[in-house]
Design a protein around this ligand. Structure first.
Ligand SMILES: Cc1cc2nc3c(=O)[nH]c(=O)nc-3n(C[C@H](O)[C@H](O)[C@H](O)COP(=O)(O)OP(=O)(O)OC[C@H]3O[C@@H](n4cnc5c(N)ncnc54)[C@H](O)[C@@H]3O)c2cc1C
Length: 480
């Protein structure tokens, strides 16, 4: 007979750490909670792996970036888990799950049972073998998902005196690893099939700024094509990357960042799967009422946009984890998860943030030659997304508010002229998303009814005023 817990968190990544902290805030009994992770270290802030961890000087190392330092909370070290009576079952892979019996089976054939399960299994990297590339298991091909991968890549970079690197993929991992390699003195060629980097988020104009910056650091871009094969040497290592058109790129080290797949396999056939993830409701509860899913693995209702999405970003991992715990511990007080998409990256000395949705027309502002510029996305006359490079904390907060409120704008020229000032001048009244969003929706409906115009105007003015007062008060004490 194996161990039994009230709550088991399966997965020991970002979401697991933030869930643990939330359980402790709500007060969980010693011995009630267990985290099972294939990794041999407690949860840590995964984004650090492609940033601070790979720096040649002043690099961050565990235990410095255990969760939840990413948002300025307490750092959850092994000692913290012990002090709070949370069991860490590390270095343990779960190979089967039986949700009817409420049991998990470890690779060592131990059965662990639960009353409530939180699935926080994140995602795994897509490997080139899955695209039919042969010899893709050579020693000097690197992927980056966990601290072991990052350690191997770091060691290879340090040893690579005078060698060349090829980075395959132009998304987050590709861009951040290329920057790290260059910072470590390694010349880099990037290859990706899209016409510009970060194609899922950036417009060509935004991408040009980053590509030019990378080029100035010596990075060579080969866009709009894919690799077709690896050429190996006698030691079985990759010696060159061969592109579809036959171009040969000498390589001593290859980094691959071609996407990830959510770790859903254990639950297929037992839970509803949608958009490549485990489908949850606004409480992060799956189709089984004792099972929750959070972070990269969850396909959740994005309330603001009325659709279901799966997001592979750390902010959502943190917030969805906390939300699931609130729904478990204080269901009566927990409303539906109302997430504002937020993505960021830091490369070289650059740093950008994006909030909202990148749909519709893009209106640019600022001066990229001065390193500070941004963009608003306008869909159906509303500002739905906002991006800024080189902003301050206040400016990013203002952009978040814009994306939350989705203010109406008809004069895009004026918007471009105002730039970040548009965001900064939005009244704080604009309050929390759902309130403003629904108020504005109600407002436009009401005001379309002629007889309702005056009354509705008065009622709404009072309501907005009260909400603004409530929100400003709330913001004062709320920690970020
Ligand atoms: C290098 C890197 C840089 C990133 N940078 C950024 C960034 O700048 N900005 C941003 O927004 N996002 C970034 N991300 C994405 C962000 O880290 C993820 O969105 C976040 O980690 C998701 O958290 P999670 O807990 O859902 O999954 P993860 O953090 O991936 O954790 C999943 C955990 O589950 C474990 N697990 C899976 N299956 C099993 C099993 N069967 N048995 C036991 N354990 C299992 C894994 O070992 C892992 O510990 C980055 C990701 C990486 C890899």
């Amino acid at each position: 007979m194996g161990r039994a817990y009230k709550v088991v968190i399966l997965g020991g990544g970002v979401a697991a750490g933030y869930a643990a902290l939330e359980f402790v805030k709500h007060g969980i009994n010693r011995g009630d909670l267990c985290i099972i992770s294939a990794e041999s270290v407690p949860p840590y802030e995964r984004p650090a792996l492609s940033k601070g961890f790979l720096l040649p000087e002043g690099a961050v190392r565990l235990p410095a970036f255990h969760t939840c330092v990413g948002v300025g909370e307490e750092r959850l070290t092994p000692k913290w888990y012990k002090e709070h009576g949370i069991e860490l079952v590390l270095g343990t892979e779960i190979v089967a799950a039986d949700l009817t019996r409420k049991t998990l089976l470890t690779a060592a054939m131990e059965t662990i049972s639960f009353q409530i399960l939180i699935i926080a299994t994140g995602a795994r990297v897509l490997r080139l073998e899955e695209f039919g590339v042969t010899r893709a298991d050579a020693q000097n091909i690197y992927y980056l998902r966990d601290v072991n991968d990052a350690t191997k890549l770091l060691e290879a970079m340090i040893l690579l005196k005078g060698g060349k690197a090829v980075v395959i993929g132009g998304g987050y991992i590709g861009m951040e690893c290329a920057a790290a390699l260059v910072t470590n003195g390694v010349p880099v060629t990037m290859v990706f099939p899209e016409s510009h980097c970060m194609a899922r988020l950036f417009t060509p104009q935004i991408a040009t700024f980053y590509e030019d910056y990378y080029t100035s650091k010596g990075v060579v871009f080969i866009k709009g094509t894919v690799m077709s094969a690896f050429e190996s040497n006698q030691n079985g290592k990759v010696a060159a990357v061969i592109l579809k058109d036959g171009t040969r790129l000498p390589a001593d080290l290859v980094v691959v960042g071609v996407g990830i797949r959510a770790n859903t396999t254990l639950f297929e056939g037992q839970l509803v799967i949608e958009k490549g993830g485990i489908k949850v409701n606004g409480k992060m509860r799956t189709s089984n009422s004792s099972v929750y899913a959070v972070g990269d693995v969850a396909a959740f209702p994005l309330k603001m946009y009325g659709d279901v999405r799966r997001l592979e970003h750390v902010d959502h991992a943190r917030k969805s984890a906390a939300h699931a715990v609130q729904a478990i511990m204080t269901p009566e007080k927990t409303s539906d998860y109302d997430y504002l998409p937020y993505f960021y990256s830091r490369v070289f000395t650059l740093s950008w943030q994006f909030f909202g949705d990148n749909v519709g027309d893009c209106i640019y502002f600022g001066d990229s030659t001065k390193g500070k510029f941004g963009a608003y996305w306008i869909d159906k006359c509303r500002v739905v997304g906002a991006f800024l490079e080189g902003g301050s904390k206040d400016e990013y907060s203002a952009l978040a508010l814009v994306a939350r409120q989705r203010p109406i704008t008809e004069d895009t020229e004026a918007l471009a002229g105002q730039g970040i000032k548009f965001a900064l001048s939005l009244p704080e009244t604009s309050v929390s998303s759902s309130i403003v969003g629904s108020m504005r929706r109600d407002q436009s409906y009401l005001l379309s009814q002629p007889t309702m115009q005056v009354t509705a105007g008065v009622i709404l003015a009072v309501a907005i005023g009260l909400s603004a007062y409530w929100y400003v008060r709330r913001r004062r004490w709320r920690t970020l």
